[in-house]
Design a protein around this ligand. Structure first.
Ligand code: ATP
Ligand code: MG
Length: 566
């Protein structure tokens, strides 16, 4: 017996117009179709239909987590400060944390993610290697004071996350738990009907070693990734690496100085010489752990400081200031060239390949040099891919021009290693009776964000359009309005419910058929069954919400069809 939900008794108010503050499709449609209601910035109420969708996603996530042996627990969201002091994250999180005090002045936070508390739980509960490995998970509310809560439930300040944590004694065990999660995530997103890509990611604040993101391509997404139109290569823009192609540099003439007054920038230089910016070599000076380093990239490209920082971590990268030039006559601001920079480490983008010739600074005010050949006139100390990736850059795997696409991050898997185990001295007794430090993984899925991602990927001009497993009902039965039609609709609804089909039946009196049809399209249940004109003959119209295909069926045929789909 599945639920028959009568719209006459459902708390729902659909809106014809987009809410004024909504910028993205999912925000507009989820509010207009009555799934969610904004309570405060980034804080949402889940209305009856929205709660059903959220539950459906939760169920899929739970089933697949259970299938890999995950044990579900529920930790508190209100957490003691001390645990996050132990890991250093109470301070590291900065403004992102909601911090609060109790009546006695003791300090707490609202959990943004739970590595610390899970580590403490396992330290308390597990003492021997015999009780490992374990995978623990929860589906719970998280709190982050996001700088820009936007796009409805896509980026909330309060949101639902599935977070799981693996605990192992060996590195192989961690890799196995990671692979189990990876496979479970693929199954989850396939069942949810979410188009997704797995891209390698940089692990950021978590300090982990291996990490991948699950991205759902959608224009409303806040992440940019590269996607190869020809092969299956996809990566976070920060993880793309370009392959160098050495050139034959022997044909170039000797270095020649050019009088280029007032040309300290690439734009002024290219305009003065009448050459494309790509013919010039731009040298950015940065400080790496306090030491000045030059970074060379083609003049038409930008340095991605985030990427540079990732490559050089844990060294700290800073931009140079005017003071750094004091006492350094070798560094001529605006006219730096790698030829003659003996005392400075030279990092270059792979595009500055051996044998390539450049126009670059001559290390004299107002002067540049041409025919400066890599490998002949200067040496590169380290090749690092540090430019901002652009559409059309060659795919590292097959060379085809890459596309840049927007996506929503729906999941993230990390091999954390021993960072948290070290912070909490999480050891278990090993096989030889000696303590062994535990190694951990952490794995998240944005459960409430998945609602928004699905809405983004599946909606059309008429409204939402859910995949069946996630939809708030299997069929939306519309009684066009007359008493006979309503009677038939309720009768069919009951039969469908008895046969296990979830029904939303629009039995509202005094609502025009036009409004009911528009609402059905907006709400987005995958099948729409109409008790209309031919109700007296026992003939209904079945419409597919996605394709718009319609056919007339007898009551028995319609029921048989919908039951068979289940
Ligand atoms: P983002 O870069 O989007 O802020 P994150 O890297 O901070 O995400 P994680 O800490 O890895 O995210 O959290 C795990 C998952 O939780 C994410 O993959 C995402 O799906 C979801 N998530 C993170 N922040 C939010 C938020 N503010 N609202 C809704 N879901 C979120
Ligand atoms: Mg975040």
């Amino acid at each position: 017996m599945a639920q028959v939900q009568r719209m006459s008794r459902l708390m729902i108010k659909t809106l014809r117009d987009d809410p004024a503050d909504a910028e993205t499709l999912n925000h507009k449609l989820l509010v207009r179709a009555g799934y969610v209601r904004r309570t405060a910035a980034g804080i949402w109420t889940w209305l009856p239909l929205g709660k059903k969708v959220l539950e459906n996603i939760t169920r899929v996530v739970r089933e697949e987590m259970d299938a890999i042996g995950g044990q579900e627990v529920l930790l508190p969201a209100l957490l003691p400060k001390e645990s996050y002091d132990a890991s250093g994250r109470y301070d590291e999180y900065g403004d992102l944390l909601f911090r609060l005090k109790d009546r006695k002045g003791a300090e707490y936070l609202l959990g943004p993610t739970h590595e610390e508390i899970f580590t403490q739980v396992v330290k308390d509960q597990i003492t021997s290697y015999k009780d490992l490995p374990v995978i623990l998970y929860q589906i719970q509310t998280k709190y982050r004071d996001e700088a820009r809560p936007r796009a409805g439930v896509l980026r909330g300040r309060e949101f639902q996350m599935k977070d799981s944590y693996s605990f192992d004694t060996t590195d192989e065990g961690l890799i196995e738990a990671y692979q189990l999660h990876r496979a479970a995530y693929i199954r989850i997103f396939e069942r949810l009907g979410l188009d997704h890509r797995i891209v390698s990611a940089v692990s950021g604040a978590m300090g982990g070693s291996a990490s991948e993101e699950f991205l759902a391509p959608a224009p409303a997404g806040e992440d940019t990734f590269v996607d190869c139109p020809a092969c299956d290569y996809a990566a976070n823009t920060e993880a793309v690496t370009f392959k160098a192609t050495p050139a034959d540099g022997s044909a170039h003439g000797p270095v020649e100085e050019l009088d280029t007054p007032d040309t300290p920038t690439i734009e002024t230089l290219a305009a003065h010489l009448g050459v494309p910016a790509s013919a010039t070599l731009k040298n950015l000076l940065v400080k790496v752990d306090g030491e000045i380093v030059a970074v060379g990239v083609p003049g038409d490209r930008e340095v991605d400081l985030g990427k540079l920082g990732e490559h050089l971590a844990p060294a700290v990268v800073e931009l140079v200031t005017a003071e750094d030039f004091e006492g350094r006559p070798d560094l001529v601001r605006g006219y730096v060239g790698p030829q003659g920079l003996e005392k400075v480490r030279y990092i270059a983008d792979p595009r500055i390949a051996p044998g390539t010739a450049w126009i670059t600074g001559a290390n004299k005010p107002g002067t540049h040099a041409k025919n400066v050949v890599c490998g002949r006139d200067f040496e590169v100390d380290d090749y690092l891919d540090v430019v901002v990736v652009e559409a059309g850059d060659p795919c590292p795997r097959c060379g085809t021009g890459l596309k840049l696409d927007r996506a929503i991050e729906i999941g993230h898997i990390f091999q954390l290693g021993r960072k948290f185990a070290d912070a909490f001295q999480l050891d278990v007794l090993g096989q030889n009776g000696k303590p062994v430090r535990v190694t951990m993984g952490s794995y998240g899925i944005g459960v409430s964000r998945a609602v928004a991602a699905l809405a983004e990927q599946t909606a059309d001009e008429q409204g939402l359009c859910w995949p069946r497993e996630i939809a708030p009902a299997d069929v939306h039965l519309v009684a066009a309005g007359k008493a006979l039609q309503t009677e038939l609709a309720l009768d069919v609804a009951e039969k469908l419910g008895a046969a296990g089909v979830r029904v939303l039946v629009d039995d509202r009196a005094g609502v025009s058929p036009g409004v009911k049809f528009t609402d059905a399209e907006l709400i987005g249940v995958p099948k729409i069954l109409v008790a209309g004109r031919r109700s007296a003959e026992g003939v209904l119209e079945l419409k597919d919400r996605r394709t718009g295909e319609r056919e007339e069926l007898t009551v028995d045929e319609a029921i048989a069809r919908l039951v068979a789909q289940g």
